[in-house]
Design a protein around this ligand. Structure first.
Ligand code: SAM
Length: 326
């Protein structure tokens, strides 16, 4: 079997696959005016997704994260999960969601074969949550997380984007939350995108202060698995939950990159903030193109750059994360 290794010695067990660009939320840092559909949606259909995942699995990819936009907006999500789960070699299927549909749908996703869940929850305060996301769904999301915790997922994680002046005083509330819950919280540093420059300048906060605080409070950095996401994860003997920090502006962040992305339209994106996409869709129309697809992906990986240009404010062709699958 071929494996995916780039010219910088990095290997890629982990694919983030966007299922849709559409989102029902209006997060202040992402789509503050909501998703605007541009013509008829042309997102990958189930059969194309199945072929795509088979192609990546043939290259040693074993973990798929389904994301968006908001992936739970796809009515065929359980069928997609089941199709991905049936591909030989795929061992982990994770989903990133805003969580508002969890109470109704999470059991079905688990039964279809989902192994891990990430839920976005930027604040533990319902009024702040509404203010940041534009949606009064705090109760559904937190209730959905409780349900997910009872379903035996390998991991339930919470994503919280760290925002100066909006939620950066909530560590004590999160510590209470994590004391008895087997949840991995991820604080994500706000990233600049093509459309959020002003918000970024006002609310970006480096995670280093938080990391120093965690170490001072007895949290210990855990070793990182080969197919783990980008977080540095800390644990503490007094807490069931863990705290992760995703700091894309940290030195060496890109050296640990083990992920590729495919957009909802079937473009391979070698970096979240890259300048180009590589269309895989023509090779997803027939099972006969499997070998050509595998060869094409392996060749294109040679174009993956050593690092992103975020420190220079270079956000590539990413207007916001919903467009590519954050
Ligand atoms: N709709 C799903 C959700 O809300 O989780 C999946 C897509 S969303 C783009 C994935 C994650 O990216 C969310 O946790 C969101 O908060 C985060 N995100 C979006 N824009 C971001 C930005 N500019 N900087 C950091 N994180 C961002």
């Amino acid at each position: 079997m071929q494996t995916l290794v780039d010219h910088h010695g990095r290997s890629f067990p982990y694919l983030r696959l966007s299922l849709t660009e559409a989102c029902n939320y209006r997060c202040a840092y992402c789509l503050p005016d909501g998703y605007q559909a541009n013509g008829r949606p042309v997102f990958l259909v189930l059969e194309e997704i199945r072929r795509l995942v088979r192609g990546f699995a043939a290259l040693g990819m074993s973990k798929i994260r389904l994301t968006g936009g908001e992936p739970s907006l796809r009515k065929d999500l359980p069928a997609i999960i089941a199709a991905v789960a049936a591909v030989p070699g795929i061992r982990r299927i994770a989903l990133t969601t805003n969580g508002c549909r969890l109470p109704r749908l999470v059991r079905g996703w688990r039964e279809a074969g989902l192994t891990a869940l990430n839920v976005s929850l930027d604040s533990l305060d319902a009024a702040r949550y509404l203010d940041i996301t534009g949606h009064d769904r705090f109760a559904e999301v937190t209730e959905g997380i409780e349900q997910a915790l009872a379903l035996g997922f390998e991991a339930v994680k919470i994503n919280a984007v760290l925002l100066r002046g909006r939620n950066d005083d909530e560590l004590p509330a999160w510590l209470d939350y994590l004391r008895e819950r087997d949840v991995a919280l991820r604080f994500i540093e706000l990233m600049q995108t093509g459309e959020n420059r002003e918000f970024f300048e006002r609310h970006h906060l480096r995670a280093e202060g938080l990391q120093r605080q965690l170490l001072a409070d007895g949290w210990v950095l855990r070793p990182r698995a080969a197919d783990a996401g980008p977080a540095l994860e800390y644990a503490h003997p007094d807490y069931r939950g863990r705290i992760g920090v995703i700091a894309p502006y940290a030195r060496d962040f890109c050296a640990g990159c083990n992920r590729l992305r495919v957009t909802a339209r079937g473009d391979l994106r070698l970096c979240l903030f890259g300048n180009f996409g590589i269309s895989l869709r023509p090779l997803l129309q027939s099972d006969d193109d499997h070998d050509a697809l595998v060869a094409h992906i392996a060749t294109q990986l040679g174009l993956k750059a050593a690092g992103h240009g975020l420190h220079q404010g270079l956000t590539g062709i990413t207007p916001h994360l919903a467009s590519i699958g954050g």
